[in-house]
Each structure stands twice: as C-alpha cells, then as structure tokens.
Ligand binder design. Structure first.
Ligand SMILES: [Zn+2]
Length: 446
C-alpha cells in the first residue's frame, strides 16, 4: 500500500513536470528532469563513506578530494559558481597559534615556565604593568570558584590577563593541559586571554609585571563547496546545506580505525547533491536556491562561519541544514525531525507541506541534547535566519555515532532517498515564494 501510494504521487508529479517543460520549450530551454532516485543516492553515499577518504577530516589531503568530487557534481548539475569565485570550492584559511615559550616576571619573581596558559592570536605578545588599559586585568582569588571565574573570562570579548591565586595550582595545571592545544582563528584581530598562576602575595595593583609570550603559527587552508541556481528574485535565497567533514582516524576497533561518517554526514551531503541535480533540472525558480557543503563542522563550525560572512544573511529566507538522515528515526521510517522547531514557523511549514503524504516532519524529540546548537544552522540562526537542522537519526541509542562503525552498511538507503524526496517536496512552497518562514530572534540564540 505504502509503495503504491508513493509511486502514484511520483507519477503525478512527473506528469505535471512534463507539462511545465513542454511550455518552456517555446521560451527558455528545459533541462533533463532529474528525479531523486535511490541508485544515484547509493552511488553518492558509497563514494563519500569509502575508506579511501579516511574519515574526511578537515586539514587532511582526502578532504580536498571530497570537495573536488562535490564540486564536480555541482558542475554537472549546472549550478552557478558564487560571484568572484573561480570554482565551486570556497577557500579560506585559519591560523593556529600554539604557545611555544613564555618569560617575564611578576613582582620580583621570575615567571615559572609552567605558570601560564591561554589563547594568543599573534606571533608574540608583550604585556607589562605599564600598559594596563590596552588589556583588562582580573584575578581569581583563593576563596573564589576557579571553574566559574574561568568560564566567565575564557569567552571574554576583551583582551584579558587573569592572575590566578596559587591555591588553585592543581586545577590550574589540569586546565593548562587541556588548553595547551593550539588556538585557532579565522580573523586577523582577536582577543588574547591569558591565565597566569600568580606567586604568593603578588598583587597586580601594587607590583610591576612583565610578560612575553611567543607562539608557533600554522596556516591551514579550508574550503566549503557552494553553488547556486539564480531565481527571479535573486535577493531571496533558500539554502540547502550539510557538512562534508568528519572526524578522520580514531582508535582501532577490530582492526578498523576509519570513522567513515556514512550517516554523519555523508548522508546529508548526498542529499544536498541530489537536491542540486533535482532543482537545477527544473524551470527557473522564483527564489534563488543555494547549495553548500561546509567544512570543519566537527572542528567548531569554521566553514559555516566563513560562509555566513560572505553574503547578506537577511537575504536567506530559510536554511535547510541536513544532518544524519541515513537511519530511520525512533518514530519509524518516513519521518524526520527538526531542531529548534518552535523558534520559527519553518518546522510548521514542513509539517504542513504534504498532509496526504506518509512522510512526516515533527519537532526534535531530544531537546535535552541541544541539537539546535550542535550543527552549522546555529551560526546562521544567530544572524536571524530561520536556520534549522533536519535529521532522522536515533541519536540517543545510535551505537555508531562518532564511532568507526558509522559505515555504509548501516545506512537504510530507501529511507535516505525518501527523506531527500520529502525535503525536496517540503521546500516547494518556499522556493516558489508562496511560503516564508518567520525569522528567528537572534537575541534568543546563544
Ligand atoms: Zn554532523
């Protein structure tokens, strides 16, 4: 019954489309229709989740191969490159700074080599008591909670030097171990935050200090892959996205060390590629449709951050961020859930999109997992875009999430393909300009 109902719908849809194409023959050209079929979905997923790509980790050689593959698909689909880009890869770089050496004195006491950690975004830094004002001074006293004060200062938007009372030396060294990894940044200007374990009786109000920090800098090239279909209203954008990076090589389990990321997020990238082919084969849309796969989501979302700075977020009418749609949800196949459902009318539009369809969209069943904040939609939502992630993964019980077992074999290919089709169908009203989700209030997004 289900299969019958579904195929009837497909036939009606195809017929309608053929008629539209005939009309278009007299005016513009009409590309070959590209239905979303499980054969192509399978091919794409098999390629993206292959061992050869070694887990698609940002900064790896293999991720460039993945990006070139996606670019080739976008090219074949007939997408346009973003203005001023030579190809579909949207390259940018991030800098990594690792503290190599620190020296100086606090009062009369020379700085101990292990008495400091923090984030420094320049080749070297020189702070003295004479320059207070160009940076803020704070202290964490013996009777204060180190953890609470650390959290307060570590995300500071101002350059800050924090003197930590020597009573906190134990927890200080634990934090220091963790924060000895490099600080990464995409921007040239950033705020340095340095924690220093102060000697007994040192008081920055009364005693002079002089601090020099030297770093090692590494430059990394990264790239999103992006293309678009120009619409009649070219300043209104419907965005389909998924991150193409994953977590790379992990500790071996039964001889397998490659985290393939078949579900996370080869499934989402497969969807974006299929949607690109599908919509590009249709007559000129009312609104422009952008397709982007982000890099470095697993590393902190650098790809979506860079992308969001290259265009005007006010022009993005909706963002369909597709995350892990290769496994049926706990509620069963033919359903997908949407993060941040109540934050805009985007979710409601999807829920209402096909009342007679067996495919349903509903609110994220795992609010405690904070999934709205755990993917690239967050960056755009912060800018007011109705930006939501669509997923079907039973994340609370999935044994493969971020494991080397996230393999091609675990994916339900029919479910994946049906989900891509359902997303395509649910987006029609937004692409045609008939439906516009309400904006997300940026003030409510952390
Ligand atoms: Zn993911």
């Amino acid at each position: 019954m289900i299969i019958h109902g579904r195929s009837m719908k497909t036939i009606r849809y195809s017929l309608l489309f053929t008629i539209m194409c005939v009309g278009w023959l007299f005016g513009a050209s009409c590309a070959q229709e590209h239905p979303i079929e499980v054969e192509k979905t399978t091919e794409l997923l098999a390629y993206l989740a292959a061992d050869e790509l070694k887990g698609r980790q940002a900064f790896s050689q293999e991720i460039v191969t993945v990006e070139e593959f996606i670019a080739q698909e976008f090219n074949q689909a007939g997408l346009k490159k973003l203005p001023e880009l030579p190809g579909f890869r949207q390259e940018f770089s991030i800098s990594e700074y690792k503290i190599r050496r620190a020296e100086g004195s606090l009062g009369e006491v020379p700085l101990a080599s292990n008495a400091l950690f923090g984030r420094v975004y320049s080749d070297s830094l020189h702070w003295t008591s004479e320059q207070i004002g160009s940076f803020k001074i704070h202290s964490i006293g013996a009777d204060e909670s180190f953890r609470a004060r650390f959290n307060e200062f570590s995300s500071s938007a101002e350059a800050s030097l924090i003197f930590v009372n020597a009573d906190h030396s134990e927890i200080f060294s634990r934090y220091q171990q963790y924060y000895s990894r490099p600080s990464r940044t995409m921007k040239s200007v950033n705020t340095d935050v340095v924690f220093v374990l102060a000697p007994e009786r040192f008081n920055p109000q009364d005693h002079a200090f002089d601090l020099r920090i030297y770093t090692d800098k590494t430059e990394h090239r990264l790239a999103n892959v992006a293309g678009y279909i120009p619409g009649k209203r070219n300043d209104e954008i419907i965005l389909f996205s998924a991150h193409h990076d994953h977590i790379g090589i992990r500790t071996a389990v039964e001889g397998d060390s490659i985290a393939n990321g078949a579900n996370d997020n080869a499934s989402g990238v497969t969807a974006v590629i299929q949607l690109a082919h599908h919509f590009a084969s249709q007559p000129t849309p009312e609104r422009s449709i952008y397709f982007v796969t982000f890099t470095a989501e697993e590393m902190g979302g650098y790809g979506s951050q860079y992308f969001s700075e290259q265009l005007n977020p006010e022009q993005i009418v909706a963002m369909f961020n597709i995350e892990m749609i290769g496994k049926p949800a706990v509620s069963g196949p033919n359903s997908a859930w949407i993060t941040g459902y109540e934050r805009s009318t985007f979710g409601q539009i999807l829920t209402d999109s096909a009342p007679d369809s067996i495919y349903t969209f509903y609110a994220d069943p795992y609010p405690k997992q904070n999934l709205f904040y755990r993917s690239d939609n967050r960056t755009l939502a912060r800018l007011g875009v109705p930006a939501h992630s669509i997923s079907t993964t039973p994340i609370d019980v999935d044994p493969d999430y971020h494991q080397v077992s996230d393999e091609f074999d675990t994916i339900n290919l029919n479910h994946l393909n049906n989900t891509i089709k359902a997303i395509a169908r649910a987006a029609i009203g937004m692409i045609s300009g008939e439906q516009t989700p309400s904006r997300i209030d940026p003030a409510t997004v952390d």
